[in-house]
Design a protein around this ligand. Structure first.
Ligand code: FAD
Length: 468
């Protein structure tokens, strides 16, 4: 059956996964249709994720750096925050990028269909938009429907004092007392923004550490810094109830001993994870299997159980990160265009753009041990880095993890200012199968934080032993 619009490759969802797949397929000569329910392209990442959060984190960093320069002899007056202007700037950054995508789609003759798409057959998606129904038929399809925030049953849903990350990025006000429910990357990034803007922040986390996916030693410098700045950080603590009251949101906590306590907050930011949108697209009408949790399983070529239908990005599983979605999108498009390609990345770096940043890739030390590696490591505290000293920020640390059988790098983790930029070198090292000598004998520019990677390799090799 031919639809109102036909695409050789039809992509459902225009986030980083979807637009990457659409553009690559078009570049490879395919007639492409891109379906998106939002008025702008770019998905969560560009509109309500990676980009607006980083704009606000930049502003937060300027504020805290200015505050801390007092210790080095330069004092500024207290910053005046014009929220409307700050929000406007953040929106303009987002607008530049989403507008740019529109241009890139046009240049590639990618047809954008606006509306909510659902499968209505093995080769058909029915799109419901403002202007009515469009039937989009396809030879091949890429599902890139992404994810949405997890909600909690005991938290009121109709109270504008309860927000998710999207609400936090709207920056409607700066609450006096903010509870961040969830000590993962997204919650901590927003905590960092609101702390800098003047909120009294409490973070509550169920596990025994913040950012539970990373090694404890790497998270510690971040923990120490935010313990000093925030009102409270509650670990091993469960929120069991949130009640809307006139004077605020009354939150009940249960600690590890089962003891309850309560406190009142002006706003609660729920950041307890994201769930895939796999169940919202009627994938079963095309025969595509969706797990109970809403994920769509794929093979190493991003194909679902239905060979002409691919899936990519947050909807196929963890880690839910934009750069993973982009990579998978390109793989799916190339396979759809008949190229020999598969997803075979060894590492997908993770970064918390908090202050300090936390970044890791490959195996964590805990994972390497669990997996039975003979683990060796080089650990460099940033007190030994001239650059960290000149930046006035020495709390960081670089750890490179090696397999002592062949001295190859199997993991790396960093915490400190700009750790997110530094981790790329470790990712390349692991992808290239680099060993301690490769990292230790590569001349790194001085004075940079990147030298700490070089030192870590030398420390592991034993060519340097003392740093200070
Ligand atoms: P999405 O970006 O979720 O896009 C899916 C798109 O599909 C959406 O536009 C949606 O409207 C559309 N869609 C869904 N269903 C339909 C339908 N039925 N019909 C039509 N359209 C549909 N990742 C990083 O790597 N770095 C970061 O710094 C980072 N920061 C983040 C900060 C926040 C606050 C959040 C929430 C996320 C962040 N992420 C970050 C995660 C990142 O945003 C996601 O991993 C990424 O957007 C996933 O891309 P995707 O293409 O799979 O899907």
């Amino acid at each position: 059956e031919q639809g109102d619009v036909h695409g050789e490759v039809v992509v459902l969802g225009s986030g980083p996964g979807g637009y990457s797949a659409a553009f690559r397929a078009a570049d490879l000569g395919k007639k492409v249709v891109l379906i998106e329910r939002s008025p702008t392209l770019g998905g969560v990442c560009l509109n309500v994720g990676c980009i607006p959060s980083k704009a606000l984190l930049h502003a937060a960093k300027v504020i805290t750096e200015a505050e801390e320069m007092g210790e080095h002899g330069i004092t500024f007056t207290k910053p005046k925050v014009d929220l409307d202007k700050l929000r406007g700037w953040k929106d303009s950054v987002v607008g530049q990028l989403t507008g740019g995508l529109q241009g890139l789609a046009k240049a590639r003759k990618v047809t954008v269909v606006n509306g909510y798409g659902k499968f209505s057959g093995t080769n058909m998606i029915t799109v419901e938009g403002d202007e009515g129904i469009t039937k989009v038929s396809f030879d091949q399809c890429v599902i890139a429907a992404g994810s949405e925030p997890v909600t909690l049953p005991f938290v009121p849903h109709d109270d504008d004092r309860v927000i998710d990350s999207t609400g936090a990025l709207e920056l409607t006000d700066v609450p006096g007392k903010l509870l961040v429910l969830g000590g993962g990357i997204i919650g901590l990034e927003m905590a960092c923004v609101y702390d800098a803007l003047g909120s009294k922040v409490t973070v509550v986390e169920l596990m025994d550490q913040i950012i539970p996916g990373a090694d404890k030693d790497i998270v510690k410098p971040l923990m120490t810094r935010i313990e000093g700045r925030y009102e409270n950080i509650l670990l091993k603590t469960k929120v069991t109830d949130v009640k809307a009251q006139k004077n605020g949101l009354k939150v009940t906590f249960e600690d590890e001993k089962g003891e309850n306590s309560a406190a009142i907050f002006d706003k609660v930011l729920v950041a307890v994870g994201r769930k895939p949108n796999g169940k919202l697209v009627d994938a079963e009408k095309a025969g595509v299997a969706v797990t109970d949790r809403g994920f769509i399983e794929v093979d190493h070529q991003q194909r679902t159980n239905i060979p002409h239908i691919f899936a990519i990005g947050d909807v196929v599983g963890q880690p839910m990160l934009a750069h993973k979605a982009v990579h998978e999108g390109k793989v799916a498009a190339e396979v759809a265009a008949g190229e020999k390609r598969a997803f075979d990345a060894r590492v997908i770096p993770s970064v918390a753009y908090t202050d300090p940043e936390v970044a890791w890739c490959g195996l964590t030390e805990a994972q390497a041990k669990e997996q039975g590696y003979k683990v060796g490591k080089g650990v460099i505290p940033w007190k030994a880095s001239g650059r960290a000293l000149t930046n006035g920020r020495t709390e960081g640390m670089t750890k490179v993890i090696f397999d002592t059988e062949d001295d190859r790098v199997i993991g790396a983790a960093m915490v400190g200012t700009n750790a997110g930029e530094l981790i790329a070198e470790a990712a390349l090292a692991i992808e290239m199968g680099a060993d301690a000598i490769d990292l230790g004998h590569t001349i790194h520019p001085h004075p940079t934080l990147s030298e700490t990677i070089n030192f870590a390799a030398e420390m592991y090799e034993g060519t340097i032993t003392d740093l200070m």
